[in-house]
Write a protein that binds this ligand. Sequence first.
Ligand code: G4P
Length: 525
Amino acid sequence: MNLANIVQKRKTFAIISHPDAGKTTMTEKLLLYGNLIRSAGTVKGKKSGKFAASDWMEIEKQRGISVTSSVMNFPYKDYQINILDTPGHDDFSEDTYRTLTAVDSVVMIIDSTKGIEAQTIKLFKVCRMRGIPIFTFINKLDREGKEPFSLLEEIEEVLDIETCPMNWPAGMGKSFLGLLDRHHQQFVQFNGNEAETYIPMDELENHSALVSNPTFMEAREELELVQEAGDAFSLESVLAGKQTPVFFGSALAPFGVQTFFDTFLSMAPPPGTRKSTAGIVQPESEEFSGFIFKIQANMNPAHRDRVAFLRVCSGKFERGMDVQLARTQKHIKLSQSQQFVASARDTVEEAYAGDIIGIYDPNIYRIGDTLIGGKQQFEFDELPQFPPEQFRKVMAKNVMKSKQYRKGIEQLVQEGAIQLFKQYHTDAFILGAVGELQYEVFQYRMKHEYNVEVLFESIGERIPRWLSDDQIDESLFDERNMLVKDREGNPVVLFKNDFSLRWFIDKHPEIKLVDLFEVNHYSQG
Ligand code: G4P
């Protein structure tokens, strides 16, 4: 098989959702279809603690949070699947956002009883910023939830994206009958725990029990309305991230999941091109290239090892191959490489564009690093910076340890574990994070790896806005709307709340404030 064919078969995606919408349940079903597990309930021991006893970072063990399923690779039908986990419970962090720089598409799960929730909005913004195609699965149809029309309206209004239902539910909860599958022109009957049955649309009239059921008839009328008044399906719009195909179903039952998965795979894009300093890199190009989007430290405390997660962007990765780290132009032999199947880590011998592999990191990689083979010379475009939400001043408990303290901060910040800001004039260190857990991890690692105890002083949740150097009038800012510098020295204002932000915009329309979520739209090549 040639490289182009191999690449076409790869589907690399993430599942995004608000906690408890059903991401784990869905992932388990997909692994079940991929014959990776025999029964559901074995992916991660979120509640049972099954895999929490593995050798990953102590703090995660303590919190019962599992990172063992960061990436899963498996073959399914004709495809090679790479699913990336987007940690979402207490471990929501910049890593969660950054994972989305390494995928070609996204499955968004929405709980039909709740609608769009906070974390879904945040993750969705990152997808839109990067122009990633989004496929929506509205879950928990076996429960009484919101009306399908109002769910679609919510997606369109809150997320500002066109929706196109691929199927339509007949009833929900106790009266759930099944799905009118628009895409395959069939009715998929829900039989409780029994297998699904399929009735072609043009044979429905032969099923008198169905066509005399008011719930079913209502669903048919609604579907007609959707067909007449709704947006027509456009794969082009889907691939441009402007329309989302919507599938209803139940991950738990499971119902409609396999059809969803198959349809999703048939539409989801294969690995795409990527921008670099030498122009666009094609996934079918013969020469190997890839970039690092996540570094997991201390997966095994006994060895202090670090694993860097690499997305292959072109060519063929072979274990033991010689590559160049573009930032330092140093040559590295990639002899320790892993792929991840549920909780297990296997050695990977070869990988292609779209694949995600773990490589041993002897403390030389940084997030965003480019690895290239052959005689190539380029770096991929920098990964975007994501706006943190919480901020804390940080200091060393013992001032005598300031050297280790600075070294520790510098390394952990470089690793992308947390973001560093400095207050104007005082130069006080301020740490910005997306999730609470990042502070705990930071504190823990400073203590155990650098032997420094740190103290925090919270300045609460803030809304960061970047502004240009020439627009700084320091007299406009104070503790409430605090002026700080980011790592590169760019000025940033940490607004106290939405009200302060709006008041400021009103008063000073001449000052251009930049929301990182709104920049870099469709920036990938
Ligand atoms: P997450 O990874 O997105 O956080 O969600 P997860 O899959 O863990 O699901 C959250 C809860 O919702 C679980 O129940 C799960 O069983 C339930 N759930 C998922 N999909 C469906 C569905 O289609 N229908 C219904 N009725 N429930 C669903 P739990 O009681 O919190 O956990 P568990 O003890 O059952 O694991």
